[in-house]
Design a protein around this ligand. Structure first.
Ligand code: WTA
Length: 654
């Protein structure tokens, strides 16, 4: 894309935001979701969900009560019994869809696999029987630490088949992050792999797992997939190869009926303290809302080829690669590797080869493609695409328009979907056949969802104003708590505005009522669509022997939305140097994982603090952004700011 040096981005922004995109008449005419869903849900939201729970879920025992709401604790569809893997697999095979493709999988080196619903069911049964052999039962937890290979969704569904909960730990996390999560969850078994492919190179995982397992007494055994051709150390009596222990099992394993509120999974996410939160999701409500939103937001039809390009290690992959699509018997694409390997048109090659009709990805990816220019997508036939989705961070209008024109051919509607690990499913999004979109706005709450924007006192802000995003009514896929910590659940989400769920995001509502998400208002950053808290990185830095104190802020970044900027005070006797800066960055990557490696790191003799000793992050943010400084009258030593600002020009990583 050519850049006109005289162009004024802020004006472009205004123009872009003023444009509106109504759905085409052709699209609307065939769309599954129509506008009357909103009225139906508003008339009686419990009845709305109950009707869909009857229609969409195959129950072993029908539920008795739709909702028990003891704020902030919700129970949905109590009295009912189901099995999530049965709903994702068996029932489709039973009605003749056994030969339908569940996943077209593409390895980064170019190897491919095709799994039909029948194949997937057989493999899930074998994996469940293997877990059972290792002592896993209903109610247990199983940790999963894997690359993007088909055994990952198989492992998740195998847990669900037994009524055990999984906790997937993103493959980019470190050994320490892995052992922390295993210990918090008290997981019995770890399912992992020797490694996976990323940017043309094999990336090992098992050595991290080995390191983690040195301090995880709850683990009885592991199952290890051979993705890279083995060559790794296996611990006798503890480690089992997938191709041995799973392959030799029977492909029959009756699904274990569980109550609606049985825990389906735990997923750890960053909050405002150093300790990640184990977000609890349960079975029926989660499955219902994941499958409902998947169908109506993406307008999924039986012959669609749907590709969510997230990693299953994050909630987007849980809800929109595994549970939503499989419950809807959708054909999905799953890709193991990087978007630029072997070149920047890898995704577009996949879209062309598999005739992908629905693509769901993050703004970070779109901005990275945009930077490479439109010649990459232009080389491929993308005419199969009919719906495009965006998730994980605010999408800027320029990226929205680029996506719309260069990927969607100016024809495919874009659904900008807002949600969180905690919400389990999409809560704010256009309906593609109904909603007139505005580039950069996630538009309106989904049917049945009560969203408001409030001021610091909790009062609703009039149209045109900004404030805090809150949810005012329970929803079926909402988190049921933070694992083992009901007090933290209450204080994190339900105490800032009594009676309302506080999402941690700022939002603006324009005069037409459209919602514009403005990013986090707490100390959580959004790096390439991944949530990382400032304090996790600060703890990792002060964990290093040469660091006395550290403060971390997010700095805006053209590609990743935000980038990590660390201010570091060294201990007495330590000298700042480029080598030490490199070492500290690596240390953070080692403790948390490569996604947390600071892009900018600056040594400073001091940090700006209030008289009561609180670090003034607002000032640090201004410094990181190179902005004119805000008010410093509460600062203990105003000189500190000048010292830091003078140095901040040279902080970027080479
Ligand atoms: C942000 C990812 C703007 C938001 C599904 C939220 C978004 C956090 C959007 C949750 C969007 C997600 N527009 N911001 N469409 N979607 N976010 O838990 O700050 O990894 O609170 O879930 O991502 O991140 P999480």
């Amino acid at each position: 894309m050519s850049v006109d040096p005289s162009s004024r981005p802020e004006i472009e922004n205004l123009l872009a935001e003023a444009r509106t995109f109504p759905p085409s008449a052709e699209f609307s005419a065939q769309a599954t979701a129509t506008a009357d869903l909103y009225a139906e849900a508003e008339a009686d939201f419990e009845a709305f969900w109950a009707k869909r729970a009857h229609e969409r879920i195959s129950w072993f025992t029908p539920f008795e009560t739709t909702l028990e709401w003891d704020l902030p604790f919700a129970k949905w569809f109590t009295g009912g019994e189901l099995n999530v893997s049965y709903n994702c697999l068996d029932r489709h095979v039973e009605r003749g869809l056994g030969d339908k493709v569940a996943y077209h999988w593409i390895g980064e080196p170019g190897d491919t696999r095709t799994l039909t619903y029948r194949d997937l069911l057989g493999e899930v049964c074998r994996a469940a029987n293997a877990l059972r052999e290792l002592g896993v039962q209903k109610g247990d937890r199983v940790a999963i630490y894997m690359p993007m290979i088909p055994e990952l969704p198989v492992a998740m569904l195998a847990c669900a088949r037994l009524g055990a909960a999984h906790t997937v730990i993103f493959g980019g996390f470190s050994a320490e992050a892995l052992s922390d999560r295993i210990n918090d969850a008290q997981a019995k078994v770890l399912i992992t792999a020797d490694g996976g492919w990323r940017r043309g190179k094999p990336v090992g995982l098992k050595h991290h797992a080995d390191e983690a397992l040195a301090s995880t007494p709850s683990i009885n055994g592991t199952i290890v997939v051979d993705r890279l051709g083995g060559g790794i150390h296996m611990v006798e009596g503890r480690d089992h190869w997938w191709h041995e222990i799973v392959a030799r099992q029977s492909d029959v394993c009756p699904p274990v009926p569980v109550e609606s509120e049985q825990m389906l999974y735990l997923l750890y996410t960053s909050g405002t303290t150093a300790k990640p939160k184990g977000i609890v999701h349960t079975s029926a409500g989660y499955l219902l809302q994941a499958s409902f939103t998947h169908e109506v937001v993406f307008d999924v039809k039986p012959d669609d080829v749907y590709w969510c390009a997230a990693d299953i290690g994050w909630v987007t992959g849980h809800s929109y690669i595994v549970y939503g699509p499989l419950a809807n018997a959708t054909t999905g694409v799953m890709y193991e590797g990087a978007p630029d390997t072997p070149d920047w048109d890898r995704w577009w090659q996949i879209v062309e080869d598999y005739k992908v009709s629905i693509l769901y990805c993050a703004p970070t990816a779109i901005r990275a493609f945009m930077k490479q220019g439109e010649t990459y997508p232009a080389k491929h036939d993308l005419s199969s695409l009919r719906v495009l989705g965006s998730v994980g961070e605010p999408i800027n209008p320029e990226a929205w328009l680029w996506y719309h024109d260069n990927i969607g051919g100016g024809r495919a509607p874009i659904v900008d979907t807002w949600w969180q690990t905690e919400t389990g499913a999409i809560l704010i999004s256009p309906l593609p056949g109904v909603t007139t979109t505005k580039p950069g706005s996630a538009t309106f709450p989904m049917p049945g969802i009560a969203v408001d924007v409030v001021d610091a006192k909790g009062d609703s802000v009039p149209l045109g104003g900004g404030g805090y995003l809150v949810l005012k009514r329970p929803w079926p896929s909402m988190l049921r708590g933070i694992y083992g910590d009901p007090d933290r659940y209450r204080s994190t989400y339900w105490s800032r505005f009594p009676g309302m769920y506080f999402a941690g995001d700022g939002a603006k509502r324009d005069l037409d009522g459209y919602l514009w998400l403005l990013g986090r208002v707490d100390d959580v950053m959004n790096i390439a669509g991944h949530r990382i808290s400032t304090i996790e990185i600060e703890s990792a830095l002060v964990d290093h022997k040469s660091v006395a104190e550290a403060a971390v802020v997010g700095k805006s970044d053209d590609i990743t939305g935000q980038a990590i900027f660390a201010f570091v005070i060294l201990r007495a006797g330590q000298e700042p140097s480029d080598a030490l800066a490199v070492q500290l960055r690596e240390h953070v990557a080692y403790v948390i994982g490569p996604i947390a490696r600071p892009k900018y790191l600056m040594f400073t003799p001091d940090l700006p603090k209030t008289r009561s000793g609180k670090i003034m992050r607002r000032l640090l943010r201004d410094i990181a952004e190179g902005r004119v400084l805000g008010d410093t009258t509460t600062l203990a030593d105003a000189n500190v700011v000048d010292v830091i600002r003078d140095k901040s020009g040279s902080a970027e990583e080479d």
